[in-house]
Design a protein around this ligand. Structure first.
Ligand code: SF4
Length: 374
């Protein structure tokens, strides 16, 4: 197997011709927003540390016409760590018997929304494992309650694979956005990471269904997962170009010792930043979170992400007692103080890197334009 980005070492590793070609391809991607499979692979196989400065600059510039330096803040509420699936990399998969499980009740979720609303958040992300307790009826009731109390908010769901009919019902109740990371667009790697109970075609089907139903759709993938190659990452770039999602979550694979993949190396900051920057050039209008996983990997991981094209952050509004239990990977960073402190600290971090914290609903630029013209 190829090692991920094997040439990330020093500027002198690359001959002048290779360097020129890598830069030409980065510039072409910045202008046309797509490359061929072979061209993507060439960039991934040959990019050096020296070339990353050029890539990162182009990616930073690419978000400017659409979002400038605004960073959209979303309030994250982790509603359940129960999950029926057995994804081999995930700390809350159903086989982890050492994990204490919880699920929030509707009044607890509404309480998180109230606290978040008072702090200025206008998008709430309800995230959880695939928990059958959250039936369509329970979720539609919850979504309607939030939208009745706060019609100026956006609700993002991140609750895994459901039927098209279910997605339709949730949308009709008022859900605006749905995050469903595809995790990898390589069928081989997908089947390696989800060997028994998860179907690659089904996952992809869900994303296209969500798009067809009019959601703002979020896809995304892990960088550095065990056995991933540069060719696998090329599949992600090609897939994202085709799906053209509104949001794309990219984080490093972080090894969890209570999973089947214990003992593997985690992804790296540099590889994740390179993929984030490439994705910004492929989908210049997409909302790209500076993920908590990046902040876990490196204490300035999220700030670095802002400098290479990211424009979303998601402070955690879950009840304090539950935050530690939503452990999809280990050592997840958590606010050590109140939600207010977390909000102010996130804002400070954003401003320290010359960005602006934006608490508005923060729709994708095309949706925002559509709403304005209605
Ligand atoms: S990755 Fe998602 S679906 Fe898979 S076990 Fe974890 S929470 Fe469940």
């Amino acid at each position: 197997m190829n090692k991920i980005l094997p040439n990330i070492s020093s500027a002198t590793d690359s001959s002048a011709t290779i360097k020129r070609r890598v830069r030409t391809l980065i510039d072409r991607l910045a202008e046309r927003h797509e490359l061929t499979r072979d061209e993507y692979l060439y960039v991934l196989d040959h990019i050096t540390v020296d070339d990353t400065a050029h890539l990162f600059q182009r990616a930073y510039e690419a978000k400017q016409p659409h979002y400038q330096n605004r960073v959209f803040l979303r309030g994250l509420i982790e509603i359940s760590n129960h999950c029926v699936r057995g994804c081999r990399y995930c700390g809350i998969n159903r086989n982890n018997r050492s994990l204490q499980r919880y699920r929030l009740q509707p009044d607890e979720i509404l309480d998180c929304v109230e606290r978040g609303y008072a702090l200025g958040y206008r998008t709430f992300v309800l995230q959880g494992g695939e928990d059958p307790y959250f039936t369509d009826d329970r979720l539609t009731g919850l979504i309607r309650s939030i939208k009745t109390i706060h019609p100026d908010t956006r609700i993002t769901l991140s609750l895994g694979e459901r039927s098209k009919d279910s997605y339709q019902r949730l949308k009709d109740a008022g859900a605006d956005r749905y995050l469903l990371r595809h995790e990898t667009a390589s069928r081989r790697l997908y089947e390696h990471l989800h060997p028994n109970d998860s179907n690659f075609d089904e996952r992809i089907r869900c994303l296209y269904d969500l798009k067809e139903l009019g959601y703002q759709v979020g896809a995304g993938f892990m960088v550095g997962s065990p056995t991933q190659t540069n060719a696998d990452l090329v599949e992600d770039l090609m897939f994202l170009k085709d799906l053209d999602p509104h949001m794309i979550g990219i984080g490093p694979y972080l090894c969890h010792e209570d999973t089947e993949l214990a003992g593997n190396d985690s992804g790296t900051l540099i590889a994740t930043l390179i993929l984030l920057a490439l994705v910004r050039l492929v989908c210049p209008k997409a909302m790209l979170p500076a993920t908590t996983a990046l902040g876990t990997l490196d204490k300035l991981g999220r700030e670095n992400a802002l400098m290479v094209g990211a424009n979303v952050m998601m402070p955690n509004l879950s009840p304090e007692a539950n935050k530690a239990l939503y452990e999809i990977y280990q050592n997840k960073i958590r606010a050590k103080d109140t939600d207010q402190y977390d909000r102010d600290d996130t804002k400070r971090r954003i401003e320290a890197f010359h960005h602006i914290a934006d608490f508005s609903a923060g729709d994708h630029v095309d949706i925002e334009r559509m709403i304005r013209h209605d």
